[in-house]
Design a binder for this molecule. Structure first.
Ligand code: NI
Length: 178
């Protein structure tokens, strides 16, 4: 039988679920079909919509999990990953600015400061412990997604709104960097 992957509906800014604190995934949900299908749907949706991350509140589920990946064909590649009940802490105080967008705020981009390096403790969808250290873009994606679990979006993290741009204009006027 063919695998049925479904692209989920992504809610946009203005939906209250994006501004609430998400609930931890409970013991009973680990290993369940519901959690597995939600996680698979989030990964599928993220990839189909050309995003690098998607948190459960963005598909209307106020639960503490997110999917992300770092596309690429080199050593920077991070395969699609789902982290459940993550706890993030910065390693060092170093921050850098970088461009971010969000599937819940389509068409816009802005400069956001993030910690360069973070440590993550989380669980996978079976409940098994996961720990990892991420830096640069990988760390940025994790911090952006983790914020969604606390009702925070990248606009809240911008130091100034002056960089806020429509992607279409940005592509024409911003030379590639990094
Ligand atoms: Ni987002």
């Amino acid at each position: 039988m063919e695998e049925q992957s479904q692209v989920l509906d992504v809610v946009h800014l203005g939906h209250p679920v994006l501004r609430q604190k998400a609930e931890p995934v409970s013991k009973e949900l680990f290993g369940s079909t519901r959690l597995k299908e939600l996680a698979e749907g989030m990964v599928e949706t993220m990839i189909q919509m050309k995003g690098v991350g998607l948190a459960a509140p963005q598909v209307g589920e106020p639960l503490r999990l997110f999917a992300y990946w770092v596309p690429g064909d080199d050593e920077q590649l991070v395969e699609p990953t789902v982290l459940v009940n993550p706890e993030i802490r910065q390693v060092g105080a170093e921050q850098e600015d970088g461009w971010e967008g969000c599937l819940s705020i389509p068409g816009l981009l802005g400069r956001v400061p993030r910690f360069v390096r973070v440590k993550v403790k989380a669980q996978d969808i079976t409940g098994a412990p996961v720990s990892l250290t991420a830096d640069y873009f990988h760390a940025r994606v994790i911090q952006h997604e983790n914020d969604h679990l606390d009702g925070v979006v990248y606009l809240d993290r911008m130091q100034s709104m002056s960089s806020l741009a429509f992607e279409k204009e940005w592509k024409q006027h911003n030379p590639p960097e990094e």
